[in-house]
Design a protein around this ligand. Structure first.
Ligand SMILES: [Zn+2]
Length: 210
C-alpha cells in the first residue's frame, strides 16, 4: 500500500504536484498546483500509482476497468493490467469517449464489454466528481454493475454521493487546495513571490507591472 505522502512525493517528482504561490486559470491564487498531465510521460510511475489503485480493489472481482478519455484511458489500462496479474484472469481495460455534449459514451464495442460485468471506474483527479459521476451513469446505462470508483487525487472533498454512489469510492490522496481571490491572497500579503514557470503567474506579473 502506498501512503498519501508517498503518492504526493511521486507526483512532485514528475512535476504533477507543486507547492508555493500560483495563479490558477480562474485567476485565483493558490498554495499548490496540480498538473496531472505531467504524470503520463513517466510510464513506470504511472504504473506504480495504478498498481496502488488496483490493490484497493484486488478482492472485489472486478471484470472491467473504465475511465473517461483521455487521461483516465491510460489509467484504465494500467489498473486493468495490475488487476489481471492480481486475479490471475483477464480484467479488461476500456474507456468512455466524450459525447460532444458534456457527457460520456461507450463506443468502440466497449458497451458490450461492460454489459452484465462488475465495473471499476477510474480517474486521475476530481474536483467536483462530475466526470466520474457521468461515467458511472454511462456504465450503468450499458448494463454494468459499478462496484467502485477510485481517483489518484480527490482535491474537492468529493463524496461518494457526488460520484453517483458506487458501492465504494476511494482516492490515493485527499488534497485540500487552499486558494484565494487575488485581492485576498494570504501569500501576496506575506510578499511571497508568484511562481512564473507554472500556471498563469507570468501573465499576472506582467499585468501588475503595466
Ligand atoms: Zn497571491
Amino acid at each position: 500500500m502506498m501512503t498519501e505522502s508517498e503518492v504526493l512525493d511521486l507526483l512532485q517528482k514528475v512535476g504533477a504536484f507543486s507547492t508555493g504561490h500560483f495563479v490558477l486559470t480562474s485567476g485565483r491564487h493558490a498554495d499548490s498546483y496540480l498538473n496531472k498531465d505531467a504524470l503520463y510521460p513517466y510510464t513506470h510511475d504511472t504504473s506504480h500509482l495504478c498498481k496502488a489503485m488496483a490493490e484497493r480493489f484486488a478482492d472485489k472481482d472486478i471484470d472491467v476497468v473504465v475511465g473517461p478519455a483521455i487521461g483516465a484511458a491510460i489509467i484504465s489500462q494500467w489498473v486493468a493490467y495490475h488487476l489481471t496479474d492480481m486475479r490471475g484472469e483477464e480484467v479488461y481495460g476500456a474507456y468512455a469517449d466524450k459525447d460532444g455534449q458534456g457527457g460520456f459514451i461507450l463506443r468502440r464495442g466497449y458497451d458490450q464489454i461492460v454489459k452484465g460485468k462488475r465495473i471499476l471506474i477510474v480517474e486521475d483527479l476530481t474536483t467536483t466528481g462530475g466526470s466520474i459521476k457521468k461515467v458511472v451513469e454511462t456504465a450503468r446505462g450499458a448494463g454494468g454493475n459499478v462496484v467502485g470508483a477510485i481517483v489518484i487525487v480527490n482535491r474537492g472533498g468529493v463524496t461518494k454521493a457526488q460520484v453517483g454512489s458506487p458501492k465504494e469510492f476511494q482516492s490515493l490522496v485527499n488534497l485540500h487546495l487552499e486558494s484565494w481571490e487575488e485581492s485576498e491572497c494570504e501569500l501576496c500579503k506575506k510578499g511571497i513571490p508568484v511562481n512564473i514557470d507554472i500556471g498563469h503567474g507570468r501573465d499576472f506579473m506582467a499585468r501588475n507591472k503595466a
